[in-house]
Design a protein around this ligand. Structure first.
Ligand code: PLP
Length: 411
């Protein structure tokens, strides 16, 4: 019988969303007429922008004609899209990139999960805590994390707590680490790092020959001036950082699937013998072997994001969610809750009242005001005593939910 990869057995079960589903179903069966509002989802709800829909339709028609039909495309993505990405997302911020430094993909989830494959299994990984669970889980699968301890932490992983006590700004690791995952703006805390704070990380990585895996999936939500939109705005980052971006949250592509990863040719790892090797070459090799590119039709849809209409429409989309975020932040504050995030991100992170356990607060919200959110512990041990709400609902539900919290929740 074939042996299995036993690292998979170390994965914490997909407990969080299963448990949420179970509790909501039980509540519904006892209270069939309750109007439950879900503010826990990390998925968008607004339809794709009209410019994208138009481009998708035309690309479908191209596939119907022999002269314009496309088969396999370049695994790295079509140049028409990588060029636009460079010209619109990087050049205006003074960042120069070559087309072969941008890899178009079917999502940042795939890329942030797969990137660890090009690194040695003995590297020490640092993750901020709480955070998007894919960073940790993909390293558990690869056998890089050691075993789960009784404190709920994996033995070989460096957890970097981000809580109200440190304003959600992780301290630099006390021991040397090799791979650092940063998520800015952050899911779930909705907080982010200023240029000065991010510079400390780039300096650390340069001094310690570490690589930063910088997840900018929520870049479009940045509102404040001193917040970097790309890690490459920091001097020296092109030597030490890989950046992930997605069309999911700025343009509604969660079900359409398109993202990109930037691997500058100057980012180096090394062999056990101490020889430098460009990570760009390794990622290219990985992608060309295991990935066959994003569909032409979808890449044409993503390209339309960069038309004048597309730019205006995605701005309206992000503004819509950020208005929800403001409604949530203001409402929770006026209800007397301690609230973080929601300014440069679509996530609102609240401290549970009276140090209530995250799950106890989940039940309270569900039972008293029929609102579903996400317990903070689902994102890491430091999420204990916190709770996530999202701005991705529709306006009416968001307003109704906040009204209920303000008038009916006993705090
Ligand atoms: N990175 C973070 C921090 C996320 O929260 C998500 C999705 O919620 C992703 C990446 C995945 O994005 P994509 O839809 O591009 O796979």
């Amino acid at each position: 019988m074939a042996l299995i990869n036993e690292n998979y057995l170390k994965l914490p079960g997909s407990y969080l969303f299963a448990e949420i589903g179970r509790r909501v179903a039980a509540f519904k069966s006892e209270n069939p007429s309750a109007n439950i509002i879900r503010l826990g989802i990390g998925d968008v709800t607004r339809p794709l922008p009209a410019a994208v829909i138009g481009a998708l339709h035309s690309a479908v028609d191209e596939m119907a004609r022999e002269e314009t039909f496309r088969g396999y495309g370049p695994e790295q993505g079509y140049a028409f899209l990588s060029r636009k990405i460079i010209d619109f997302d990087y050049a205006p911020r003074g960042i120069q990139l070559d087309e072969d430094e941008v890899f178009i993909s079917d999502g940042s989830k795939s890329d942030v999960g797969n990137i660890q494959e090009i690194f040695g299994v003995d590297n020490v990984v640092a993750i901020t805590d709480p955070v998007y669970p894919v960073y940790l889980d993909s390293n558990i699968m690869a056998g890089r994390t050691g075993s789960l301890g009784e404190d709920g932490r994996f033995g070989r992983v460096m957890y970097l707590p981000c809580t109200a006590e440190n304003q959600f700004i992780p301290d630099l690791p006390r021991q040397k680490v090799d791979m650092i995952y940063l998520c800015c703006p952050n899911n779930p805390t909705g907080t982010t790092l200023s240029k000065a704070e991010l510079k400390k990380w780039v300096d650390y990585a340069r001094a310690n020959e570490a690589i930063i895996l910088f997840d900018g999936a929520y870049e479009a939500y940045i509102r404040e001036d001193n917040i970097p939109h790309s890690i490459y705005e920091i001097e020296g980052a092109k030597e030490v950082a890989i950046e992930f971006r997605s069309f999911s949250k700025n343009a509604g592509f969660t079900g359409t699937r398109c993202a990109y990863t930037v691997v500058p040719k100057t980012v180096m790892g090394k062999t056990a013998g101490g020889e430098s090797y460009p990570l760009n070459k390794l990622w290219n090799r990985r992608q060309t072997t295991k990935f066959n590119g994003v569909p032409y039709i979808i890449q044409r849809g993503a390209e339309a994001v960069y038309t004048p209409e597309g730019q205006q429409q995605i701005k309206a989309l992000v503004d819509y969610y950020m208005t929800n975020a403001k409604i949530i932040v203001d409402g929770l504050k006026s209800a007397g809750l301690e609230v973080y995030g929601g300014v440069n991100a679509p996530y609102i992170w609240l401290k549970t009242p009276n140090n209530m356990d995250s799950w106890a607060f989940f039940d309270k919200l569900l039972h008293e005001v029929h609102i579903v959110g996400t317990p903070g512990t689902g994102f890491g041990p430091s999420g204990k005593g916190y709770f996530r709400l999202t701005a991705f609902g529709n306006r009416e539900n968001t307003q109704e939910a906040i009204q209920r919290i303000k008038t009916k929740l006993s705090i």
